[in-house]
Design a protein around this ligand. Structure first.
Ligand code: TRP
Length: 332
C-alpha cells in the first residue's frame, strides 16, 4: 500500500484564457484526480512564455486569470499547490544539473520543440526554446510527481523527464535508493476537439471558446464554425472532422453519445447542429461561468492562493535541491 498520496503535476502557459479543449482535455482530469485524493500541483510556467517571443506581455493579469479559471472549474484551492516558475528559485536551479544530463543532439531531436520552432514568431531560436523541455523536467521532478496529465504534444517532454530522472539516479545514486521517480503521463481519453476553423484549438488562433466567454460570444463563435456541405448530420471523425468535433463537443457537455446527438439532428443541417452545440455548451458552462464571475471580483484572493502555492512549492523545491546537492557531493 502506498503511504504517500499520489502527486500529480501539470501546468499551462500564461499566454491566454483557458478554453474548452483544455477543459475536456486536462482540467476535468485534474478535478477528478483531486477528488480521488491525489495531491495536485499546478505550475504556471511564466518563464516558458519566453520560448517563442521576446517579451511576456500582461503577465500578472494572465497568471491571475489562470488561477481564476482553475478555481472556477472546481480545483480546490485549499488543497492544490498552484505556483509560478519565477517564484521558486530552487526549482530553476535544478535546470543546471539536468542540462548536464542531456546532449545537444537530443535537444535538437525533440519533435514538439521542432514544431514550435517552425511556428515561432521569432527569427532566431533562443537557448530557452531549445532547453525548455529540461526546465519542464525540473517542474515535474522537483516535487517527485508520479503522474502528469498532459496532451499528446507533451509526450516527448515527459520522455525527457523520465530520461533525466533515470540518468540522475544512475549517475549520482548508483546502487542506492533513487532520488527521482520516473513520472508517468496520463493522456485524456477524449479525442481531439478542433477549433471553430477546423484547425487545432489554440489560445492564439482565435478559434477557441474560452471558459470565461459570454453566452453571446459563444453563440457567435459557433455560428461561424467551419462545417461541410452535407445536409445530413452524422458522426464520422475521419471523413467529416469538423461536424464530428462539434457533435463531440455537444456530447461531452450533455454526457451523451455523439451518434445519438447526430441522429436527433438528422437532416436538419449545420445550422441546427450549431444551435444544439451552442445550447449544450452554454448550459454546461453556466455554473462554471457563474463561479468565475463571482471569484473575479476578489483579485486579492487569487493572489493569496498563488502566494500560498508558491510558499509550499519553495519548501518542497528547497528540500529536493538539498538532496540533489548531497547526491552530487556539493556539501560545503
Ligand atoms: N509545456 C506545457 C504547455 O505548453 C506547460 C508546462 C510547463 C507543463 N511545465 C509543465 C505541463 C510540466 C506539464 C508538466 O502547455
Amino acid at each position: 500500500m502506498p503511504t504517500q498520496p499520489c502527486r500529480v503535476l501539470t501546468g499551462d502557459r500564461p499566454t491566454g484564457a483557458l478554453h474548452l479543449g483544455h477543459y475536456f482535455g486536462s482540467l476535468q482530469n485534474r478535478v477528478r484526480l483531486q477528488a480521488e485524493g491525489a495531491e495536485l500541483f499546478i505550475v504556471v510556467p511564466d518563464y516558458q512564455v519566453l520560448t517563442d517571443r521576446d517579451v511576456a506581455e500582461h503577465l500578472a493579469e494572465r497568471v491571475e486569470d489562470l488561477v481564476l479559471d482553475y478555481l472556477a472549474v472546481g480545483i480546490d484551492a485549499a488543497k492544490a499547490v498552484i505556483f509560478t516558475h519565477s517564484a521558486v528559485p530552487a526549482l530553476n536551479q535544478l535546470l543546471l544539473p539536468f542540462l548536464s544530463l542531456v546532449s545537444v543532439a537530443e535537444l535538437h531531436r525533440n519533435p514538439t520543440v521542432k514544431d514550435e520552432i517552425a511556428h515561432s514568431r521569432q527569427a532566431a531560436v533562443s537557448g530557452l526554446m531549445l532547453t525548455y523541455p529540461v526546465h519542464q523536467a525540473a517542474d515535474i521532478l522537483f516535487c517527485k510527481a508520479g503522474l502528469v496529465p498532459v496532451g499528446q504534444d507533451q509526450l516527448p517532454h515527459l520522455e525527457a523527464a523520465r530520461t533525466i530522472a533515470r540518468r540522475f539516479n544512475s549517475r549520482y545514486a548508483p546502487g542506492g535508493s533513487p532520488v527521482f521517480p520516473e513520472p508517468e503521463a496520463l493522456l485524456s481519453a477524449m479525442p481531439l476537439l478542433l477549433g471553430t476553423d477546423g484547425g487545432k484549438m489554440s489560445k492564439s488562433r482565435g478559434n477557441a471558446i474560452a471558459l470565461g466567454a459570454s453566452e453571446d460570444e459563444t453563440a457567435r463563435l459557433l455560428k461561424g464554425a467551419k462545417t461541410d456541405a452535407e445536409r445530413r448530420i452524422a458522426f464520422d471523425p475521419v471523413s467529416r472532422p469538423e461536424v464530428s468535433s462539434l457533435l463531440q463537443l455537444a456530447a461531452l457537455c450533455q454526457g451523451r453519445d455523439p451518434h445519438t446527438v447526430a441522429a436527433e439532428i438528422g437532416d436538419a443541417g449545420a445550422s441546427r447542429l450549431k444551435a444544439v452545440v451552442t445550447e449544450a455548451v452554454n448550459e454546461y458552462l453556466r455554473p462554471i461561468r457563474k463561479r468565475r464571475a463571482d471569484l473575479a471580483t476578489d483579485r486579492a484572493h487569487l493572489r493569496a492562493v498563488l502566494a500560498r502555492g508558491n510558499a509550499r512549492a519553495n519548501e518542497i523545491a528547497d528540500a529536493t535541491l538539498a538532496q540533489v546537492k548531497t547526491a552530487m557531493g556539493m556539501r560545503y
